[in-house]
Design a protein around this ligand. Sequence first.
Ligand SMILES: [Zn+2]
Length: 86
Amino acid sequence: MPKAKKMDKSMDMGGMFWLHALSFLLVIVGGLNWGLVGIANINLVHWIFGAWPMVEQIIYVLVGLGAVYLIFTHKNDCKSCSMMMK
Ligand SMILES: [Zn+2]
């Protein structure tokens, strides 16, 4: 059943897209936050979510998970890296 198989694959890719976009966003947030800490000693995540330590910690963990996800998937999503790491 090639038709059903194709549908499954496109659904998988939709899920992957959101995971990829979310991970990318989280890693950018983490990187920018770290940059701000270095430049101005401002921890934006702490500044916004410091009143909820649980939420702040969860964001740090999510940024870390996003980075791990990108470590394993970025090569497939990125032309430059797939060429470099071939
Ligand atoms: Zn890349």
